[in-house]
Design a protein around this ligand. Structure first.
Ligand code: AMP
Ligand code: GLY
Length: 428
């Protein structure tokens, strides 16, 4: 079977790495891929948002399955265009990808189907005064302001004072995030513990895959600005079997049923960002229509069963009849190594040494993201550059292994958080 993976991050490297082990996979292609993916797949230099280029590639290569990693091509309708030429796709249509592509759409959808989430209202550019008045309906700060559209992960602002919130309302409705913030969602701030939950869906049925927890802030102790994610682990202790069942019953199944009812059957992986507390149980912070990065890296390293049959079923149907991915192995942890300056302008160009040595450590796999090849060298070429992933019989051992690998890698311009998995370790 020939697989085409769209994307170039650590997430896509982890998917390629896992599918490479499938006895049914004969060839993996990636567009555009990265130097790590290039070691196990054929990389074609077509960007993940070059929809026409990707459709042409699929038309000529006829892959048996296309897996779309990032949200942008999904929201742009890549899955629809591939399905139109009879190519099986793991990933939702543009109409279904609106769960991530429009915060307003996803909030209205949750309201319609009674899916637990924060109280909210939507505002357009001419409603700044109403938006400011709505702030008074909350107990006080912090306030949660969300640009309606995709804003490269930066569209959520959480002001600590009312004055800041008012300034931010004007800025966002005034075009701070371009057309993405022409419309705004203001919602209640939810307290609790965040977790990521992943389910596979074929339009009719959803099956639980795994839970994970990410670390969004750049600095130790969850300080500093938000990032794409600085590290993750799976399983997440807060998502125990009972909580996973609640998430499936109260959130995932009603979501899949509602999307089907609305003529938007959801196919692919549904990533539910959750806030969990004692009073409310699990509530939705946001939907994403793809795997998380770096959550995907820990989930892929934990899967003992071949995920290909389920991925394929997501694309063509029949998930209910598929064998479950039951054999998940030991806990996994990943630590993201980023270029100095990230999430601002990262330092690029530095040579990264000892990657092979790190990869040879027990339980360790190093996934590439923002790397480039320069002659024989791997150099840094982005913000998040590597995801150093480790599995071990205990979470603590996985953490130790991951940091041993981090310390083996010789990249003076790189940095990472030193406290990945602190929350789970504290629970014991
Ligand atoms: P999002 O892009 O929707 O994931 O939002 C980014 C981050 O903002 C989330 O991971 C949460 O940490 C935080 N956040 C978003 N919405 C809320 C909310 N209603 N209450 C508390 N925190 C939130
Ligand atoms: N790690 C969070 C995300 O992929 O959105």
């Amino acid at each position: 079977m020939k697989i085409l993976i769209v994307g170039s991050g650590g997430r896509e490297h982890a998917i390629a790495w896992r599918l490479k082990q499938s006895p049914r996979v004969t060839e993996i292609m990636a567009a555009p891929g990265n130097p790590g993916i290039a070691e196990i797949a054929i990389c074609v230099p077509i960007a993940a948002d070059n929809i026409e280029g990707l459709v042409e590639l699929a038309r000529s290569e006829r892959p048996n399955l296309v897996i779309i990693g990032p949200e942008v091509p999904l929201v742009m309708g890549l899955a629809d265009k591939l399905r139109a030429i009879d190519i099986p796709v793991f990933g939702p249509s543009a109409r279904s990808a609106m769960l991530e592509g429009s915060k307003g759409f996803s909030k209205d959808f949750m309201a319609k189907y009674n899916i637990p989430t924060a109280r909210y209202r939507r505002f357009t550019a001419d409603q700044a005064a109403e938006a400011k008045a709505y702030l008074d309906t909350f107990d006080g700060p912090p306030y949660v302001l969300k640009a309606d559209g995709l804003a490269a992960g930066k569209g959520v602002v959480i002001p600590e004072t009312k004055a800041e919130a008012e300034t931010e309302i004007d800025a966002m409705l005034g075009g701070k995030f371009g057309s993405a913030s022409a419309s705004l969602v203001i919602e209640e701030f939810m307290h609790g513990e965040e977790a990521s939950f992943f389910a596979l869906c074929d339009g009719e049925t959803a099956v639980a895959l795994a839970g994970a927890q990410d670390h969004k802030r750049v600095g130790d102790g969850d300080t500093g600005p938000n990032t794409g994610g600085m590290g993750a682990y799976s399983p997440a202790p807060i998502l125990d079997a009972a909580m996973q069942k609640r998430v499936m019953d109260e959130i995932v199944t009603p979501t899949i049923d509602g999307m089907k009812k609305d003529g938007r059957p959801y196919r692919g992986v549904l990533f539910v960002g959750l806030m969990i507390d004692e009073t409310h149980g699990p509530r939705v912070v946001e939907y994403n229509v793809r795997f998380g990065d770096p959550e995907c890296q820990v989930i892929m390293t934990r899967l003992k069963d071949d995920p290909l049959p389920q991925f394929l079923a997501c694309a063509i149907g029949g998930l209910a009849g598929c064998a479950r991915l039951e054999r998940v192995s030991d806990p996994a942890v990943c630590v993201v190594m980023a270029g100095a300056g990230y999430p601002g302008e990262p330092k690029k160009g530095g040579v990264i040494g000892n990657l092979d040595e790190a990869n040879k450590l027990p339980g360790v796999t190093v996934f590439h993201a923002g790397t480039a090849r320069q002659g024989d060298d791997i150099i840094a070429n982005g913000g998040r550059v590597l995801t150093v992933t480790a599995t071990a019989p205990t979470l603590q051992d996985a953490v130790t292994r991951a940091y041993q690998a981090v310390d083996t890698i010789n990249w003076p311009d790189g940095f990472c958080r030193r406290d990945i998995a602190w929350r789970a370790l504290k629970r014991g």
